[in-house]
Every structure is written in structure tokens, then in C-alpha cells.
Design a protein around this ligand. Structure first.
Ligand SMILES: [Zn+2]
Length: 412
């Protein structure tokens, strides 16, 4: 449990306004400690105000993590008929994981934003040259309430584990899942089944299995005894939410007994990626391989699966951008915004931090060797953004992407 006062010193709530003439401006900062560098970084962010209304965006700079939300309030006197605002929660703590921020703060910000939108004084404040929070008690209490709630959220924070062997609970859940799988197989009629694939398709759709989520067979090769299965809306991830660790050991157990039965020899099932781990990942992926398969072959299979997953993820990213913004608009954007758009839409990028000339990317594929993902990712970003970039992979899940080399001074 973290000390309350300690947290309060490290959490700021800021309200910005976007003025058509003056540009972005900080109205209020509810803070014990304030840092002008953060204010300017956030003000800059307000320039990207077309990003998405009422949707939190999380970024970080140096040792600060911040989450911001844009919103507009109608004002017939304003140019364009609306006044634009941004609320930001700023946390001066590099150890807080961005995953938890996204899921736990967005709702609180949304509630505060909805309250602020109803305040008639907000328009007055926006046009006030030097507003003071003391003169606007209702707004003041809304902003202070938000800060209190954020402090509460972080007091109860659960830090998930990122790496390592399965914990005891997962091992037990896996065993229970395995037993459950055996029972399901026993009670499942195998009359009129033509092939093992037909059996697999049918049993995955049966109510006994499908109540755990929506399974899709991505790949199934009975001869090689391997398969890849995806799962949408896993009951485990849906109920536990984002927790920065895998949550579906029970499903692993079920699939293990199911595939051992179909293939006729003991197999192992691994959850390669879980929706509970990352905010932008919607599906869990499971890989099935024989227990006694030689290590080289297993790792080759894994690499193939990961590569396929990565290619699919990248294809989806561009599709999403083109649906949302159109190809031409995307290419017309400022390089930095192009990169932000790309990273915002990429399902394999769970977060990114902006600095003046570089991005720090939290990539879901960080565990895998460079030659599988990173090398091709660098090429992919360069090609899609028409921007010269340099990607450096760190051993700790964060890639550093520098861009805009031509702006740098040429002397060595
Ligand atoms: Zn999962």
C-alpha cells in the first residue's frame, strides 16, 4: 500500500483550453508540485486535438506518465461553435505501469469530463485572462474530486508480473481446466463425425466450451500435431480486466486435454499472448504442440506463429487507419502525428511515450528475438510513415524509435 500524501504529491490534475487565437493554454493545475516542462509537453499535445474526443490517451515523458482526454462544449460565440478543452492526469512516477493507467483512469476522467461539460461557468473561465480556481468552487471541487479518486486508484494498485514461470494459481487453474476438458470430451457425442477437424470445430462451438469465450481455429495440422487457436472475450480476461499478466490458464488446461484426445498423444498448450496483458489486444492466442516434440522444431513453430501474428497485426493496423482517416489524409499529416496515428492503432503496441525527437514504444513482441519482429518492424514503420526512423530494441520491452534525422545538425 502506498502512502496517501506521498501519492498526492506525485499526482496532478490539469485543465487546458484551446483558444483559436492564443492556442492551447493551461487554465488550472491541481497540484502540490508543478513542473513547467510537463505543462509545455501537455500544451503541445493539445495541438493534436483531432485525435479522439472523450477517449483517454496515455503518454509519458522522462519519468512522468500522463493520461489526457479531449472534450468540446458548444459556444455559439466561439469560432466553429465549440470550445475545446483537455483534462490531464499527470503522475510523477516512472514505476507506474501504463497498462493499469489506461484501464483504471479512463472511467474516472470520463465522469469528470461529463460533469465539466454541464458547467455553464466553463465558457466564462475559458475566456478569462487569468482565472483562479478559488472563484469557481464547483469546478474546483470536480477537479479535486478527480485527483482524490486517482490517488485512491493508485493506492489499491495491483502490480502484475511480466515474466517468469507460471504462478501457483495458474498451475492449479490449468489442472482444473484439464479435468474439465476431460469431462467435456467424455460427454460429447462423436457420432457422425467425419474428420478430427470437424470434431474440433464442433466441440469448440458446443455450449460447454463456447461459454468460456469465442474460439477460432487459426491453424490446425493433425499430421504435424500442431494448432493455433484464438479466443475472443475469454471469460477470464473479461472478468479480470487488464492486469499485465496472462489470465487464461484454465483455458490452456481445457485445450490441452481436448487436443491430447484428438491427436492421441499428450500435447502441451501455451497461451502465447493474453488480452489481459495489454490494453490494445482483444484476443488471446494459444499454441498447441506435442509434448515430446524436439526443442528446435517447437521453437521454429513458435517463430512461425509469432511472425504470422505480427504480419496480421500490421495488416490490421493499416486497415484501421485507412478506414478511420483515409489513405491520403494519413499521408498528409505531420510525421510525428503520422507515427502517433500508427502507434495508436497498432494492436501490438500497448503504449508509447513521446519525446522531442523520439518515441519509446511498448511492444507486445518485445520478448522475441530481433530478427523475427524488430528488423521487419523498422522497415514497416519506415515504409508506412514515409519517415526515416531508427529502431533500437531494449531488453526490457521498450523499443526506442528516433525519427527526423534530416533536422539534426550535420556536423560530427
Ligand atoms: Zn487470455
Amino acid at each position: 500500500m502506498v502512502e496517501r500524501t506521498d501519492l498526492s504529491n506525485r499526482i496532478n490534475v490539469m485543465l487546458f483550453h484551446f483558444d483559436q487565437r492564443l492556442g492551447p493554454r493551461l487554465l488550472f493545475n491541481v497540484a502540490e508540485v508543478s513542473d513547467p516542462r510537463i505543462t509545455s509537453a501537455l500544451t503541445r499535445l493539445m495541438d493534436f486535438n483531432f485525435l479522439q474526443e472523450m477517449k483517454a490517451i496515455v503518454n509519458a515523458m522522462a519519468n512522468v506518465v500522463y493520461s489526457s482526454m479531449f472534450f468540446s462544449v458548444p459556444n455559439p460565440l466561439a469560432r466553429g461553435g465549440t470550445e475545446q478543452f483537455m483534462i490531464s492526469i499527470v503522475i510523477f512516477d516512472p514505476t507506474i505501469t501504463e497498462y493499469l493507467m489506461v484501464s483504471s483512469l479512463e472511467e474516472e476522467m470520463e465522469q469528470t469530463t461529463s460533469k465539466l461539460m454541464m458547467l455553464t461557468e466553463l465558457i466564462i473561465i475559458a475566456n478569462h485572462s487569468n482565472p483562479s480556481l478559488e472563484n469557481f468552487p464547483e469546478l474546483s471541487s470536480d477537479l479535486h474530486d478527480l485527483k482524490d479518486k486517482v490517488v485512491e486508484v493508485f493506492q489499491e494498485l495491483f502490480y502484475g508480473q511480466f515474466e517468469g514461470k507460471k504462478d501457483a494459481i495458474s498451475q492449479i487453474l490449468g489442472k482444473i481446466g484439464n479435468e474439465a476438458g476431460k469431462k467435456i470430451i467424455q460427454n460429447h457425442s462423436t457420432k457422425n463425425i467425419k474428420s478430427s477437424r470437424a470434431y474440433l470445430t464442433e466441440i469448440l462451438k458446443s455450449p460447454k466450451i463456447s461459454r468460456w469465450g469465442k474460439f477460432t481455429i487459426l491453424h490446425y495440422d493433425p499430421e504435424d500435431r500442431v494448432a493455433n487457436i484464438s479466443l475472443k472475450n475469454s471469460i477470464w480476461t473479461d472478468s479480470l480486466g487488464l492486469m499485465a499478466t496472462k489470465a487464461c490458464a484454465f483455458i490452456e488446461g481445457i485445450l490441452e486435454s481436448l487436443f491430447s484426445h484428438i491427436i492421441g498423444e499428450p500435447i502441451i498448450c501455451n497461451e502465447m499472448r493474453c488480452a489481459a496483458e495489454y490494453s490494445y489486444v482483444q484476443e488471446c492466442y494459444f499454441q498447441i504442440a506435442p509434448r515430446r516434440m524436439n526443442q528446435e522444431k517447437v521453437s521454429y513453430r513458435e517463430e512461425q506463429t509469432i511472425r504470422d501474428m505480427a504480419l496480421e497485426d500490421r495488416r490490421k493496423t493499416i486497415e484501421l487507419i485507412e478506414t478511420d482517416m483515409g489513405k491520403a489524409i494519413f499521408q498528409d499529416l505531420d510525421p510525428m502525428i503520422r507515427l502517433i496515428q500508427l502507434f495508436n492503432k497498432a494492436p501490438f503496441i500497448s503504449d508509447f511515450y513521446i519525446d522531442e525527437t523520439k518515441f519509446l514504444i511498448v511492444c507486445n513482441y518485445w520478448r522475441y528475438p530481433d530478427e523475427i519482429i524488430c528488423d521487419s518492424c523498422e522497415k514497416w514503420i519506415e515504409e508506412k510513415c514515409k519517415e526515416k526512423i531508427k529502431l533500437v530494441k531494449s531488453p526490457h520491452r521498450i523499443c526506442e524509435i528516433s525519427y527526423g534525422f534530416e533536422k539534426k545538425s550535420k556536423k560530427k
